[in-house]
Design a binder for this molecule. Structure first.
Ligand SMILES: C[S@@+](CC[C@H](N)C(=O)[O-])C[C@H]1O[C@@H](n2cnc3c(N)ncnc32)[C@H](O)[C@@H]1O
Length: 137
């Protein structure tokens, strides 16, 4: 019997974001837009010196955070999402890093006064160990 496998069964999360990257900013997506509003409302009174943005995607929030932070390390494992982000955000206050946040955080070091991970936790395999992770010292 022919099986009707959904696309999510055939693709890894990374592959799925690589193929979604071209449309991520332009598809109708109320969750994405609501999260953008919530982050801006929550963080607008503050200024941060060092920010670690995990799962930055196409830089939707990076573009706003760069005005609120002295320096941002923005990490994602989808090269195509990062490509979109680097076209959108051109600043010497931002470094984009291709990295897997489920693995050791070799992309991070020292202290951060803001660590953000918007719309990312659903992709984290073991939440408890993720939330206990620390940058390398
Ligand atoms: C729903 S998008 C959110 C993007 C952005 N934070 C935003 O709010 O628009 C989730 C992002 O997490 C990234 N991601 C998922 N699992 C990851 C992992 N293990 N390591 C790094 N990035 C990951 C995906 O590539 C994707 O860009």
């Amino acid at each position: 019997m022919k099986q009707n496998l959904g696309i999510s069964k055939l693709m890894s999360v990374k592959q799925a974001y690589n193929s979604w990257a071209q449309q991520y900013d332009t598809n109708e997506n109320k969750t994405r837009d609501l999260e953008a509003d919530a982050l801006r409302q929550l963080l607008s009174p503050f200024y941060f010196s060092r920010c670690l943005e995990l799962g930055c995607g196409t830089g939707k929030n990076t573009a706003w955070l760069m005005h609120k932070c002295g320096f941002i390390t923005a990490v994602d494992f989808s090269r195509q999402m990062l490509e979109k982000a680097t076209q959108k955000v051109i600043s010497d206050k931002v470094e984009f890093v291709e990295g897997d946040i489920n693995r050791e955080w070799s992309f991070a070091s020292g202290e951060y006064d803001l660590v953000t991970f918007s719309l990312v936790l659903e992709h984290i395999k073991i939440l408890e160990s993720f939330l206990k992770k620390r940058p390398l010292t």
